[in-house]
Write a protein that binds this ligand. Structure first.
Ligand code: FES
Ligand code: FE2
Length: 368
């Protein structure tokens, strides 16, 4: 669709229109977001024991699909459509316990925790009932450490998507990190979601935009590593302080790693610092408007506010200001597309190649 050359030395960036035109924004819903893995926020805190249930929407403000995450009697996670198969009422409206399965509050239809239709009052005389369309549609749900993920029409192998991150930061006890609501917040950015991702995927701008971060990172050692559906930027500490205590068998053992910035296609960022994890969820709202959810999970509170992970809020403000300027620039009649620095913008090029691939790939019927 965009013919992004796989050779970065020859490639041009995505066209400005991708970031500004409603048609592309609309197409990305099914082509990119329905087929990718999305995190289910709050699952670790609210869905811990059998029969705990959490209603949520797939991507609030963009793809409002009502879904329900719950644990069944065997403590297995289930993700179901949260829409009653009778006349369409939302089944579960609040986080709750469902020891007797799911009952619709409109006309009393009942479902098991796996979504199977169970009973319904006043069905005498109904023919061909119940049938398969009376069950709640189950979705795939996958777990990694304390996080749960789902997809409306999965086309990316989950293991291929998650494994590079697990390989690299597997030594951290991520499931013991504690969610810190007081260090979590949402930002509204007047820019396209993909522009926010572009900016995240290069450290090229650090010396220009983030003066304070630049002082703590060794910019010459900053590097990006690419995987099939994700990439990581490795931040090396300038003074060798505030770094991970890496185990001996770790591929980066001996290096002063201050941060691992993982991006998972298309819109999730896991930033690991010696103090814990800053998770960024990028939610498209309009072609030129994006919500960025920052969620902090603390491992070692004594290391907070040090090193590369010190002033996350300030760095975020600096990024927002610059991407909002770029959004304005991309709407210009004189801008078509740009070029990549082969040394500095491999992550951006990787992202654009994946966007191009997913936007061009026909939706397979089989996935539904
Ligand atoms: S809409 Fe659920 S029972 Fe009627
Ligand atoms: Fe930045």
């Amino acid at each position: 669709m965009f013919a992004i050359d796989p050779d970065i030395r020859r490639a041009h960036t995505l066209p400005g229109a991708f970031y500004t035109e409603p048609g592309y924004f609309q197409q990305a819903r099914e082509q990119i977001f329905a087929r990718s893995w999305q995190i289910i926020p709050g699952s670790a805190e609210t869905v811990r024991l059998p029969f705990d249930a959490l209603p949520f929407r797939y991507l609030p403000g963009y793809m409002e699909e009502p879904l329900l995450l719950l644990r069944d009697q065997d403590n297995q996670l289930q993700c179901l459509s949260n829409v009653c198969t009778h006349r369409g009422k939302i089944l579960v409206e609040q986080p709750c316990k469902l020891p007797h399965g799911i009952q619709c509050s409109y006309h009393g239809r009942r479902f098991k925790c796996n979504g199977q239709f169970q009973s319904m009052p006043e069905t005498e005389g109904m023919e061909n009932f119940p049938s398969t369309s009376d069950h709640l549609t189950p979705l795939q749900v996958q777990e990694w450490r304390s996080f749960a993920f789902t997809s409306l029409a999965p086309e990316i192998p989950f293991q291929e998507w998650i494994a590079p991150m697990e390989d690299r930061i597997g030594f951290l006890p991520v499931e013991q990190f504690l969610f810190a609501p007081e260090r979590s917040r949402d930002y509204l950015v007047k820019a396209n979601w993909a522009l926010y991702v572009d900016n995240y995927l290069e450290g090229f701008h650090i010396p220009f935009v983030h003066k304070s971060l630049h002082e703590s990172l060794d910019w010459s050692a900053y590097r990006t590593e690419l995987f099939a559906w994700s990439n990581v930027q490795v931040g090396i500490s300038k003074g060798g302080e505030h770094v991970f205590d890496l185990p001996q068998q770790h591929p980066d053992f001996g290096q002063a790693v201050a941060a691992y910035y993982f991006w998972l296609f298309p819109n999730l960022m896991f930033n690991f610092y010696p103090w814990g994890l800053s998770l960024n969820i990028i939610l498209p709202l309009a072609p030129g408007l994006t919500k960025v959810q920052f969620r902090s999970f603390i491992w070692d509170a004594s290391k907070l506010d040090t090193g590369a992970g010190a002033d996350v809020d300030r760095v975020e403000r600096e990024d927002e200001a610059v991407v909002e300027q770029v959004q304005m620039g991309l709407g210009s009649r004189f801008y078509t597309h740009g070029r990549y620095s082969p040394k500095q913008e491999r992550g951006v090029h990787h992202f654009h190649c994946l966007v191009d691939k997913m936007m061009s790939r026909p939706i397979s019927e089989a996935a539904y």
